[in-house]
Design a protein around this ligand. Structure first.
Ligand code: GLY
Length: 463
């Protein structure tokens, strides 16, 4: 945990953002996997971690905005639990670690909420995302579970986003540590990318490094020779010469700050001419977009810059034709680059996404597009100092999408379908880094992970 003072400061800042009433923070519960007592690895709610730091199930918290009191609620465990789990801190002891002086049982929470409802006080809560939390809130607040997300407090959502988006030095350090673990995960995975090995042999080692150095992986490992499928979690293919292997993986610290890195390498260690050409287009887009990062620039513009680099590069290779600016305006590049450039990173790997992407990534000035491709951009608004974003452009040859567009003759003035046909067996390439917005520009976080053609080929030659 950070010091109690930090959590108290964060809560005081939140009080300034949300005027009156109560703020209710339900912590996460253990969730059953295949029978009641066999649970998934416990993961605390990220906002609960941000404001209280307490990382165990069975907790809830309340900030009373009208009398300035903070409360932690939970039940102390008895000897039956101690036999299985060992001695645990009391709720009182845990509360003090978070700088909260008031603690009580879960039953007391129900009474406090009942009274607040009777008195007509506003009860602010964040949009719940787990079934268990929804059922509990339904009982506590009397709001049907299907209406809980739409009844969440917009003031609280906006306040939490404002605070959590801007990372302090301790948070930045945590994320850098996790990028450094991702360095080990990726360099190990890259070196293993030899013909004949199964994807899952590499995925298991990559995930094991996360577990042995830090928390678990920050999202299920994406590792595939079929990188044209953006989130490919199937790990059953045998690596074969001629394919590119996409490894998209990161991990969580014990405080649950995340890293998220992607590298793509040629199976066997040597890029073919065709692989190298496409790879360098993606690399140029990654570098140009990263260089453009600075406070004040709309992230949507950084995304479009990457799209422009990709379109320019593909035009040089003869896959795209016509005016590059016009092509990007029309969305021609989305045949190859159908996703957004990146997302915020923090306590969640897609930081704050549970609050609603439009609250996090868009505002009155920059609204989300409805166009194919651009609509998937999770974050479009202006960057601020100490935001951390992923920069992850890619080029993918998705045979099913190519067929649909070709049959429709979509953008045929800009797309050389005869040439594109020849790439249907290519797969995909994505290159992703975690980037801090600094006072004047950007910092790519962590120990540099091999990224150029020369660096990757050199790394793949090492044992
Ligand atoms: N790196 C996985 C994702 O951003 O969804």
């Amino acid at each position: 945990m950070f010091s109690a003072k930090i959590y108290a400061q964060r809560r005081n800042q939140l009080r300034q953002e949300v005027n009156s009433g109560l703020i209710l923070f339900p912590g996460n519960e253990d969730v059953s996997f295949n029978y009641p007592a066999n649970t998934y690895t416990f993961r605390q709610d990220s906002s609960f971690l941000y404001f209280f730091g307490l990382d165990h199930p069975g907790l809830a918290a309340v900030l009373d905005l009208d009398n300035g009191q903070d409360w932690i609620f939970g039940n102390d465990i008895d000897i039956d639990d101690i036999i299985w789990m060992g001695k645990q801190p009391t709720i009182k002891e845990s509360s003090l670690l978070a700088g909260v002086n008031n603690s009580a049982s879960i039953k007391d929470l129900a009474e406090i909420i009942q009274k607040a409802r009777k008195d007509g006080r506003k009860i602010h809560y964040l949009p719940p995302y787990r079934g268990e939390t929804m059922l509990w809130l339904e009982d506590l607040l009397g709001i049907p579970h299907l209406q809980l997300r739409s009844n969440a407090s917009e003031n609280l959502i906006r306040g939490v986003i404002k605070l959590r988006m801007v990372k302090d030095d301790l948070e930045i350090k945590e994320i850098i540590r996790m990028v450094d673990v991702a360095y080990l995960m990726h360099v190990t995975g890259i070196k293993m990318a030899k013909p004949g090995i199964l994807e899952r042999e590499i995925a298991g080692v990559v995930e094991g490094i996360a577990l042995s150095h830090a928390g678990p992986v920050s999202f299920p490992v994406i590792l595939s020779i079929n990188g044209q499928t953006l989130h490919n979690h199937y790990h059953g293919n045998v690596l074969t010469e001629g394919r590119m292997l996409v490894i998209d993986a990161g991990c969580e610290s014990d405080l649950h700050y995340a890293s998220d890195i992607t590298r793509t390498v040629p199976v066997g260690g040597k890029f073919s001419q065709r692989q190298k050409e496409i790879y360098e287009v993606v690399l140029n887009a990654n570098l140009a977009a990263t260089k453009a990062v600075k406070p004040g620039i709309p992230f949507k513009n950084v995304h479009l810059l990457a799209a422009t680099e990709i379109t320019k590069g593909l035009k040089q290779l003869g896959l795209v034709k016509g005016d590059v600016g016009e092509a990007v305006n029309l969305g021609v590049h989305t045949l190859f680059f159908p996703h957004g450039l990146g997302h915020p990173l923090g306590l969640d790997v897609h930081d704050l996404e549970g609050m609603g992407e439009n609250f996090v990534g868009y505002d009155d000035e920059i609204k989300r597009s409805k166009e194919f491709g651009l609509a998937y951009l999770r974050f479009g608004r202006r960057l601020q100092k100490n935001f951390i974003m992923t920069i992850e452009p890619g080029i993918y040859f998705i045979p099913e999408l190519i067929d649909i567009w070709k049959n429709e003759k979509k953008f045929s003035a800009f797309l050389n379908y005869d040439k594109i046909e020849q790439y249907k067996d290519f797969g995909g390439i994505r290159i992703e880094d975690d980037v801090l917005v600094t006072e004047t520009g950007f910092q790519v976080l962590g120990k540099p992970i091999p990224k150029t053609v020369v660096e990757i080929e050199f790394t793949m030659k090492q044992d």
